[in-house]
Design a protein around this ligand. Structure first.
Ligand SMILES: [Zn+2]
Ligand SMILES: [Zn+2]
Length: 359
């Protein structure tokens, strides 16, 4: 029988349960999980800080495994059918409708009200829909991607890679730009990699903590880093200016989760520059800024960035298999299902860069 790690309700520890194997619908599959990610979102889910989460819930929204059973036919984006035994990952976002106003008129499918996310808005009552488990049920319509390389290679990018791909895309970084990344978690470090090696930035800077994560940011391509714990806002601002000809960064990507980082991102960016906000995935409260000084007079372009779509996930999977060396510094710490609580607390405390469950 499949085993799942469940968050029974907000602020409760994860517990293991045995559940019956699902009856497969036509054009669906059962995935034997090899690895599933533990990310900051799971910490928020466990603490009840995310809206629309149905408990009990099996976390894990980015996973890799082998197709154990297929009923009917499932195909990839090039219409090639999958076979049992194939190693795949799949887009956690399911049921994007492609028929609502957001999907068709705004072309912003990440705001589709119909979308459901494995491990976040699908609960245990919806079936085997989270990755911290021996098995995941890939419902009809789930978009799988074939993986050529090792599971670990893909997980080095993990769920942070599509998110940061989307943020870098929103930032419209130009060749030769200076890019400032606020935050040195997986999204921040991935944004450094993309900006420095694949998007043509001349200088990538990163402000974050702790020192081990800043070392990862430098390995990913940051030319200079600054520790947030030992430098206040004024010190950060003068550091950024000293690194950017006195002007501030051309593009700043905020990937911290701290509301005050949003105003700092605006202040650390040059006049007529671009700011992308991707780190405010949960509600940590309000922050105030001066609309004249921080926004209008600076002629700033400030953009939000919510989630990611299939294109980001697909491109991310291609990139890690084509250029695995760019993710070699992304250290993975693995935990078995029994130690899911330890994984959560290590991620919450920033003791590891990236944690994965290996059931
Ligand atoms: Zn829609
Ligand atoms: Zn995630």
């Amino acid at each position: 029988m499949p085993i799942v790690a469940v968050i029974p309700k907000p602020n409760s520890p994860v517990e293991l349960r045995e559940v019956p194997e699902p009856e497969l619908e036509q054009n669906s599959a059962l995935l034997r999980v090899e690895l599933s990610e533990v990310c900051g979102t799971d910490v928020h889910v466990q603490r009840g800080r995310l809206e629309g989460v149905p408990y009990p819930l099996v976390p894990g929204h980015v996973s890799v495994g082998r197709l154990e059973k297929i009923r009917g036919e499932i195909v990839d984006v090039e219409r090639r059918p999958f076979s049992e035994g194939d190693r795949v990952t799949f887009l956690a976002v399911h049921r994007t409708c492609n028929s609502c106003w957001y999907c068709l008129v705004a072309k912003a499918s990440t705001r589709c009200p119909q979308r459901k996310v494995y491990g976040i808005t699908y609960g245990l009552d919806d079936g085997l829909c989270g990755g911290w488990a021996t098995h995941i049920y890939l419902k009809p319509g789930t978009r799988s991607i074939r993986l050529a390389g090792q599971s670990e290679t893909f997980m080095a990018g993990g769920c942070a890679l599509p998110t940061s791909l989307h943020a870098v895309e929103r930032g419209e970084i130009k060749i030769g730009d200076s890019v400032l990344v606020l935050g040195s978690g997986p999204v921040g470090v991935n944004a450094v990699t993309l900006a420095a090696h694949l998007r043509g930035a001349s200088r990538v800077l990163c402000i974050g903590a702790p020192e081990t994560r800043l070392a990862a940011a430098r390995e990913a391509g940051a030319v200079a880093t600054l520790n947030i714990d030992t430098h206040d806002e004024a010190a950060r601002l003068s550091w950024v200016r000293a690194q950017t000809g006195g002007r501030g960064a051309d593009v700043t990507i905020e990937a911290t989760g701290a509301p005050e980082a949003v105003t700092q991102a605006m202040r650390f960016t040059r006049d007529a520059g671009t700011v992308v906000i991707v780190g405010q995935y949960t509600d940590h409260g309000d922050v105030s800024f001066n609309p004249h000084l921080d926004l209008n007079k600076k002629h700033l372009d400030v953009r939000g960035c919510w989630g990611s779509d299939f294109s980001h996930f697909y491109r991310g999977a291609q990139l890690v298999s084509e250029k695995p060396e760019l993710w070699a510094g992304m250290k993975l710490n693995s935990y078995d299902l029994e130690n899911a609580n330890a994984a959560l607390s290590d991620v919450a405390e920033g003791r590891v860069l990236k944690a994965i469950i290996k059931p």
